[in-house]
Design a protein around this ligand. Structure first.
Ligand SMILES: Nc1ncnc2c1ncn2[C@@H]1O[C@H](COP(=O)(O)OP(=O)(O)OP(=O)(O)O)[C@@H](O)[C@H]1O
Ligand SMILES: [Mg+2]
Length: 394
């Protein structure tokens, strides 16, 4: 910010040292003009008009009190010279001095009023500008979300079509493999080939099932329940993976959280995927922390979640689940792709890239929100926000 910008920003709000310097400068200005008036023949002469400069300046900086104070000071400074003028027989009249001082006061007060009004206008313009910039940012992010949603929608429809087409042929291949396995089991090489085929078909089936899950919409079996047991159950299911990956687990589940309306199986599926993502990001071990907490939502809490549909309002009550890991984190340029179907950084056979897109879909069906970001200390934090039943969220 340059000097002019900073002056414009602060000119109505001088405080402390800056205010003291401004007062001293104005006082010195008035005093030197007083001397100039005296040396140039007194209040009857034109130099006196210069006195309006410090008065206007003081009114600009300190509004009405500043204008009045400077006008009085100017009147006082030229006042004591009056007897001198009389002695020196320079034609000066007391009434002249009084009229001048009166005019100073008038200009000081009037300028003070104008600057008070101008400052108020300036402040409200500044506020309107800030609000406008904020809504512009929000509009842009909503637009991006909209594009993303449209993209997901079309991929979803496509995926559903493909999945349904592929499901039946896959089932037939699986039956065929099973049949061959039972009838031709004597040949060892053949058995290995059949095992390989069996694994490949199962994997293809797993991906198709993921796609069907992704595309199947609005089929929730909602029940009001506590999230803690669902989380504990999901942790039990991935327990083996945690031990295998040398991941230590810390849970801080608040026993007093309110129940939420949730589809147990689907929410469990979300947690399992999030835990597995964390474990897979911590090669060579690490720490997984899972917490739940009751929240009275602040503006900042809500701002964390850049959802297109904003189901939460400030002050409403919610349950926040946080999953933190100490893994390798997510490259910044990949953050906006996380929820894209088939986005994965895992080697072929390890990840389908459907986990987070399905999870987000499930979360949105619950009118809940999800946010994933890197932690400053390293690793990733996933936050989930659920409406509580007695919450006032709408
Ligand atoms: N906790 C995490 N730490 C680091 N990267 C993560 C984390 N969670 C997700 N990611 C990144 O996001 C990508 C997408 O995750 P997602 O769960 O959608 O798919 P996936 O885990 O690769 O495959 P799938 O879940 O189908 O097995 C991951 O490949 C990984 O690069
Ligand atoms: Mg995953």
């Amino acid at each position: 910010m340059n000097v002019i910008d900073s002056f414009v920003e602060n000119w109505g709000n001088l405080r402390g040292g800056a205010a003291a310097i401004a007062i001293i400068a104005i006082a010195a200005f008035i005093a030197s003009l007083g001397l100039l008036v005296h040396w140039t023949g007194g209040t009857a002469f034109a130099w006196l008009h210069l006195m309006y400069l410090p008065i206007v300046l003081s009114a600009a900086l300190f509004r009405i009190p500043g204008g009045i104070a400077a006008a009085l000071a100017a009147g006082l400074v030229i006042g004591p010279f009056m007897p001198l003028y009389v002695l020196e027989e320079i034609p000066q009249q007391t009434s002249n001095w009084m009229i001048r001082t009166g005019l100073f006061l008038l200009i000081g007060t009037f300028t003070g009023i104008i600057f008070t009004w101008l400052t108020a206008q300036f402040d409200s313009l500044k506020k309107a500008h800030e609000e406008l910039s904020q809504s512009h940012i929000e509009l842009r992010s909503a637009q991006m979300e909209l594009i993303q949603a449209a993209k997901l929608e079309s991929i979803g429809r496509l995926a559903a079509g493909v999945a349904h087409e592929v499901k039946n042929p896959l089932a037939i291949i699986q039956l065929g493999v099973n049949f061959l396995d039972t009838t031709l089991s004597c040949d060892q090489d053949l058995k290995e080939v059949l095992d390989e085929m069996d694994r490949a078909v199962k994997r293809a089936d797993y991906i198709v099932k993921g796609l069907v899950d992704f595309s199947r919409s609005d089929e929730l079996e909602l029940k009001t329940q506590n999230l803690n047991p669902i989380i504990e159950n999901a942790l039990n299911l991935v327990g083996h993976e945690l031990r295998k990956g040398q991941v230590t687990l810390e849970t801080r589940l608040d026993t007093f959280i309110s129940p939420v309306a949730a589809d147990r199986n689907k929410i469990q599926q979300v947690f399992i995927n999030l835990f597995m993502n964390a474990v897979q990001a911590m090669e060579g071990g690490g720490k997984l922390t899972v917490t739940t907490a009751q929240k009275e939502l602040s503006r900042n809490d809500i701002a964390l979640f850049s959802a297109m549909k904003q189901p939460f309002s400030v002050g409403s009550s919610a349950v926040m689940v946080e999953i933190t890991d100490t893994g390798h984190g997510i490259p910044e340029n990949k953050l906006d792709k996380l929820f894209d179907p088939f986005f994965t950084t895992k080697p072929v056979g390890k990840g389908t890239g459907l986990g987070l897109s399905i999870s987000r879909k499930i979360i949105e069906l619950h009118d809940a929100m999800i946010d994933i970001r890197n932690r400053e200390e390293g690793g990733v934090v996933v936050k989930l926000l659920f409406k509580t039943n007695q919450g006032s969220a709408s």
